[in-house]
Design a protein around this ligand. Structure first.
Ligand code: B12
Ligand code: SF4
Length: 458
């Protein structure tokens, strides 16, 4: 028996195909392959940079689907199903929008799949595949199973190993798909499993793909203490309330952290309150200092912060969005993501905007043939959708200019603290700047004329 694991690309540029130059190893598929019975042959194709050999014989196409690659995933599924190969989909889209995915797949798996995946494979073997499987695990990668990293070889991924400590987050930000998917909880692996996995790595640079590594400070500290002797460098995602805990910050630095993706989201206190981002409203700061105290603590620990913003909240105006750019430049962050606020299905934000009649693109922007990456997908309160798209693009354009990169590098606490950090700043700023500008306005899917929206909404 053979299973073909697939990671779909997002889409295509107006001028031709899009190849993701900053692609990372698809940990999801390496984990699934590891839970596949050993007598099954596993092959992996990554649509982000290689052609999928649809005619190669296989017994099952297993596709990981998130909202941005859903359109392309459905095209890939159609190719396999036309050839009589059953298709199973799993990931965020099948979990949060199951009915839509069921129209394009023979079966879906919702939630975490490690425990249920062997049953799916067995059902395929016995030609008894069910339509829906609801997965659940107490924690990621149970029984210390290690991802099949051999499947990544020769595919040109960035030289960083993806590892997970946990999944989920305890906060409840209005717009967040994580909070909806994991129901405001975080589950973590036994620390000895994480340490063992890192020790088996050739690489010393680790990306913990956790949604919020510091969701639970006490658990995070246990992990960090175990990381100190490993002498690795690592990056992850984390909420800014980490800066309220000096012991945690010391351990973060001592264990080799290079920086976090931090969701600042907005520079307006009213906006942060309205989106219910509790972790950004520090009780230790008297009044609103616009993260000044927290950023200083991150800098003191030499962290190269990737600041993430969601722009277009009801409190935002074009001017307040440009203030976000000024804030990011003033603090000389290493990287920044100026994201338009996106209504992800099943989130409280999506439901509210739908109830207020403010969703664009028929409410299914991810399927619309004319929707383009980084365009507004709802009617903002204080500007037109076009103005929102334009002002966010303006932030990206200015942030990624050579002038901005040159100005931001001058921070001896962070980017100029070591040759390694300077290298990170220069190499990845160039890469991300080029990727960000290339991807802007790309179309979803590969085929301009497929009628997925009609089918998706029927
Ligand atoms: C790491 C990561 C990235 C990395 C890329 C990783 C890579 N290999 O290329 C980076 C930082 C580059 C990135 C980029 C983006 N990401 Co991202 N990313 C993640 C993150 C944090 C972890 C993914 C991961 O590896 N998890 C570990 C694996 C083991 O878990 P898993 O993927 O959930 O898979 C399990 C189950 O879901 C299920 N499953 C998943 N697929 C399948 C398939 C089958 C067949 C089966 C049976 C089961 C199954 O089984 C697995 C084991 O239990 C997720 C959040 C998350 N918790 O998953 C967001 C997430 C997937 N990303 C998201 C987004 C929006 C993006 C971007 C679009 C951001 C942007 N605006 O540019 C981009 C572009 C993504 C793209 N399509 O190319 C969203 C998607 C939202 C949604 N509703 O779908 C998520 C959920 C984060 C969020 N805050 O909402 N991302
Ligand atoms: S802190 Fe981050 S991961 Fe947690 S709910 Fe808010 S946006 Fe989502």
């Amino acid at each position: 028996m053979r299973i073909t694991f697939l990671r779909p690309n997002i889409g295509r540029l107006a001028s031709g195909p899009y190849i993701d130059e900053g692609r990372m190893e698809p940990l999801t598929l390496g984990v699934l392959a590891a839970y596949t019975p050993p007598d099954v042959e596993c092959v992996l194709y990554d649509d982000r940079m290689e052609n999928i050999p649809f005619d190669e014989p296989t017994d099952l196409a297993a596709i990981t689907v998130e909202i941005y690659n859903a359109r392309r995933a459905y095209e890939i599924a159609a190719e396999y199903r036309r050839r009589g190969v059953p298709v199973v989909m799993g990931g965020f889209q099948p979990t949060l929008v199951p009915d839509e995915c069921l129209q394009h797949a023979d079966a879906i798996v919702t939630g975490d799949a490690e425990t249920i995946w062997p049953e799916v494979v067995s059902d395929v073997r016995n030609a008894a595949l069910k339509r829906r499987y609801d997965g659940q695990t107490d924690y990621p990668q149970p029984h210390a199973v290690m991802p099949r990293r051999d499947l990544y070889r020769g595919k040109g991924y960035l030289p960083v190993s993806l590892v997970q400590f946990g999944r989920g987050c305890r906060f409840a930000c209005e717009f967040c798909a994580i909070s909806t998917f994991f129901k405001r909880t975080q589950c973590v692996r036994p620390i000895r499993d994480v340490v063992e996995e890192i020790e088996k790595q050739d690489r010393r640079l680790i990306f913990f793909v956790d949604d919020n590594l510091v969701s639970d400070h006490a658990r995070a500290k246990e992990l960090l203490r175990a990381l100190v002797p490993l002498k690795i460098r690592w990056v992850s995602q984390g909420s800014i309330d980490m800066t309220d805990d000096p012991e945690l910050m010391d351990l973060i630095e001592a264990s080799g952290c290079q920086g976090f993706v931090v969701g600042f989201e907005s520079v307006q206190q009213a906006g942060v309150r309205a989106m219910r981002k509790a972790c950004n409203l520090s009780k230790k700061t008297a009044g609103w200092d616009c993260y000044a105290r927290q950023v200083e603590i991150l800098r003191k620990h030499h962290l190269q912060t990737w600041a993430a913003f969601t722009l277009g909240h009801d409190t935002d105006t074009p001017e307040s969005i440009l203030d976000t750019l000024r804030f990011a430049e003033e603090h000389k962050f290493c990287f920044a993501a100026f994201n338009i606020l996106m209504p992800y299905p099943s989130t409280p934000l999506y439901k509210r905007l739908a109830a207020e009649g403010r969703l664009l693109w028929g409410g299914k922007w991810w399927l619309h043939p004319e929707y383009r990456f980084n365009y507004a997908a709802f009617v903002p309160q204080n500007m037109t959708p076009e103005e929102l798209t334009d002002v966010v693009f303006e932030c990206r354009r200015r942030w990624n200019s050579m002038g901005s990169i040159f100005t931001r590098v001058w921070d001896f606490q962070t980017h100029l603290n070591s040759i390694y950090r300077l290298g990170t700043f220069l190499v990845y700023n160039r890469l991300y700047a080029s990727e960000t500008m290339t991807k802007h306005g790309m179309f979803f899917g590969k085929n301009a004329h497929s009628d997925l929206l009609q089918r998706g909404s029927s």
